[in-house]
Design a protein around this ligand. Structure first.
Ligand code: ASP
Length: 324
């Protein structure tokens, strides 16, 4: 059995590429790096890689991580600027004996020395988003809620040899403070994988996801014998409830998981989370998830209309409101 699961609709093209690798007997490492790089390279996804939305100083700072579920090697970068594929730097760091998680200038120096491709990651379109937001803030039309234009691509892959890997990549929260690092590169929170059990990855408000170390929690539930679906539901319900009890509210929490047999699961405490999955027996498809209710999460295949609308809105011309 082989398979791959990923957060959000934006992952499906990459996931399909990754599936080609897995189908031919390629490794889960190659598949996940290929799949995430593809999402990073697509300019219209405004929360990952090239075209990602900038921080409050109009700089794109990227977080990414990679984990090997057999050796438990991991590599991660935080707040890295102007490198084309942060996931490749994370994967490279994962084979170091130490210094596996580098941030900012240190990460950039490492990437430069290792010959990773540099690229200006701020696009004209992202600049318009930024300027529009600043304009709105100046007009006090809406208060600063950094949590829009977010979303992390997170993936878990299983290959025919039984190797499982996980990876994440994101530009984090739009208008974040320079140097802010979210959950996505944090092992145990943004992602975790153990080839003897399974893997999980998260997306949503990093500051809240980290409070529950949600990916490790899901893998622990699977170790106890819960199915990936049950494990995801339990982890999201538990953290959502705890945050509400202790803090009065919970940020967005969405997760996906796959076990070592290719069974998968998903849960979310928001309406409209989407994910993509492919296995040896199931073609790559996108699903839309309902908000968790009484501990259960229901999901359905995305309709053709939804899929078309998704691409149309992502690529529609952007109005330069700030010029008006
Ligand atoms: N979890 C990411 C962060 O906080 C953002 C997201 O997945 O939406 O950086």
């Amino acid at each position: 059995m082989w398979g791959m699961i990923a957060t959000w609709r934006m992952a499906v093209e990459g996931l399909t590429e990754g599936a080609n690798t897995l189908e031919k007997g390629g490794s889960a490492e190659e598949a996940i790096v290929k799949a995430i790089s593809e999402v990073e390279d697509f300019p219209y996804y405004k929360s990952v890689g090239y075209g990602g939305l900038p921080n409050e100083e109009m700089e794109v700072e990227l977080d990414a991580a990679y984990m090997n579920g057999t050796t438990l090697d991991f590599g991660a970068v935080g707040a890295v600027k102007d490198f084309k594929n942060p996931i490749k730097i994370a994967r490279r760091l994962s084979v170091e004996k130490a210094n596996n998680f580098l941030v900012g200038v240190g990460a950039e120096k490492f990437a430069h020395k290792e010959g990773f491709e540099r690229k200006t990651m701020l696009t004209d379109r992202a600049k318009i988003h930024y300027k529009n937001r600043v304009h709105k803030l100046n007009q006090q039309e809406n208060e600063l809620t950094p949590y829009s234009g977010h979303d992390t691509v997170g993936m878990v892959a299983l290959d025919q040899q039984g190797l499982m890997t996980a990876g994440t990549s994101t530009s984090g929260l739009f208008m974040k403070k320079p140097g802010r690092v979210g959950d996505s590169p944090v092992i145990g929170s943004g992602l975790y994988v153990d080839s003897e059990i399974g893997g999980a990855t998260a997306t949503g408000l990093g500051e809240d996801l980290m409070k529950g170390m949600v990916s490790y929690e899901i893998v622990s539930f699977m170790r106890e014998g819960f199915s990936p679906q049950e494990a995801c539901e339990k982890a999201v319900a538990k953290l959502d409830q705890k945050l509400k009890e202790r803090r009065g509210k919970a940020g967005d929490l969405s997760v996906v998981a796959m076990d070592k047999k290719g069974n998968y699961g998903v849960a979310s405490n928001i309406e409209g989370f989407s994910f993509a999955v492919v296995t040896e027996t199931k073609a790559p498809k996108v699903y839309i998830v309902d908000k968790i209710k009484e501990g259960k999460c229901h999901y359905e295949k995305a309709t053709q209309e939804w899929l078309e609308n998704y691409m149309a809105t992502r690529t529609a011309p952007l109005e330069e409101e700030w010029k008006k």
